[in-house]
Design a protein around this ligand. Structure first.
Ligand SMILES: Cc1ncc(C[n+]2csc(CCOP(=O)(O)OP(=O)(O)O)c2C)c(N)n1
Length: 367
């Protein structure tokens, strides 16, 4: 059934976030979705362990001056990993600066993911090869990219869908509005995944939106909104998989809100203790998404000491590899700054390039 055939009540999210596993790791009945298969659950666990280790390594590299900046997504692994595991081989992913773990989960080599953040190239990976757009720092611009690609795919008769991540703050942007509206009107196969981590730098959700939930925003555009417990990887996976499959089947876009929490500061350049109460942070530590999935898998006998150790070892290996590969300085010809801006460089751009070349040549002489 397409969104246009649904009545407004059917577009609204339920009264409570969809949850398949509670905070103690116990399955919850009656959410309208079955628990994913054992293989899927183990895959989610592996990606979350690797993602968290990668995130910790990247944060450490900022302290060693090897990365210019890193926006951690510690605490948000269930959203990023759960949603990306639902992405099909022909689908596309459109991440923000916060979504490095999503990219690693998607199969992009970690060092290529970090190329932008170490001050190398604007995008260290080939978007076509991995079917992943570049990480966007201007908020919600990636939502427009996702809609454009998905709409074009549909016109071509290609059944690919696009998954795009935006933050709670980004939903207030004009670009988000245009993307939601265009996608709904044209039935573009997009799933807008809002990672509601409660804060847009120092702006809390209460100062960001008066909507009952961010998922409620969807009804105003005429698309379904789903509200999911964003620290329950099983629920995120199940809801996103269904939303992507609806999109691929030609039933239009939808918006999924995952309620989660950014455990670290906005980036390594931010001090979150200046605006976030310690009690709030401690309460979210108790709802850790990885602990929840681990508890479920251990209780059901799917994970034991040996398999846990094997995943931990794999994550350590990945971190060691990242450290080794990022241990050297970036060497880029400064002239590259002007490449890829326009197909035909403008006169102004050529002038700037010449000025830079002259300045660098005079510095060389001084040395
Ligand atoms: C168009 C635009 N305006 C302002 C900024 C500055 N800015 C960077 S991050 C940020 C907060 C974003 O919060 P949210 O969308 O909730 O994402 P989060 O960082 O929490 O993942 C702002 C305002 C920006 N990057 N782009």
């Amino acid at each position: 059934m397409t969104a246009t055939e649904l009545n407004p009540q059917q577009l609204l999210p339920g009264g409570t976030p969809i949850r398949l596993v509670d905070e103690s790791g116990t399955p919850v009945e009656g959410a309208g979705f079955g628990l994913p298969t054992s293989d899927v659950l183990l895959g989610l666990h592996r990606s979350m362990v690797i993602g968290r280790r990668f995130d910790r390594q990247a944060t450490a590299l900022t302290k060693q001056g090897r990365l210019a900046v890193y926006p951690s997504s510690s605490g948000q692994e269930a959203c990023q990993v759960g949603a990306v595991h639902a992405v099909g081989s022909r689908d596309w992913l459109f991440p923000t600066y916060r979504d490095s773990v999503a990219l690693v989960t998607h199969g992009v080599p970690p060092v290529e993911v970090l190329e932008l953040l170490r001050g190398g190239r604007h995008c260290g990976y080939d978007p076509y090869r991995y079917r992943a757009g570049p990480q966007c720092t201007p908020l919600a611009t990636n939502a427009l990219h996702a809609v454009g690609l998905a709409h074009a795919a549909r016109l071509r008769g290609d059944d690919a869908a696009a998954l795009v991540f935006v933050g709670d703050g980004a939903t207030s942007e004009g670009d988000a509005h245009e993307a939601f509206n265009f996608a709904a009107v044209w039935g573009a196969p997009v799933v807008f995944f809002v990672q509601n981590n409660q804060w847009a730098i120092s702006v809390p959700l209460a100062k960001q939106s008066k909507a009952p939930t961010l998922a409620h925003k969807a009804v105003g555009y005429g698309m379904p909104g789903h509200h999911v417990d964003g620290n329950d990887a099983a629920a995120v996976y199940a809801v996103t998989a269904r939303a992507l499959s609806e999109a691929r089947a030609g039933n239009g876009p939808s918006l999924v809100e995952g309620t989660t929490y950014r455990m670290d500061a906005h980036t390594n350049a931010d001090d979150a203790t200046r605006y976030r109460p310690g009690d709030e942070v401690r309460a979210w530590h108790e709802r850790d998404p990885l602990d929840r999935l681990t508890a479920l898998l251990r209780e059901s006998g799917l994970l034991d000491e040996t398999s846990t150790a094997a995943v931990d070892e794999e994550a350590e290996g990945l971190a060691a590899d990242v450290r080794a590969q990022l241990g050297t300085d970036v060497h880029i010809d400064p002239d590259e700054l002007f490449a890829h801006v326009y197909a035909e460089p403008t006169a102004g751009l050529r002038e700037q390039a010449n000025l830079l070349a002259e300045e660098l040549a005079s510095e060389q002489k001084e040395v």
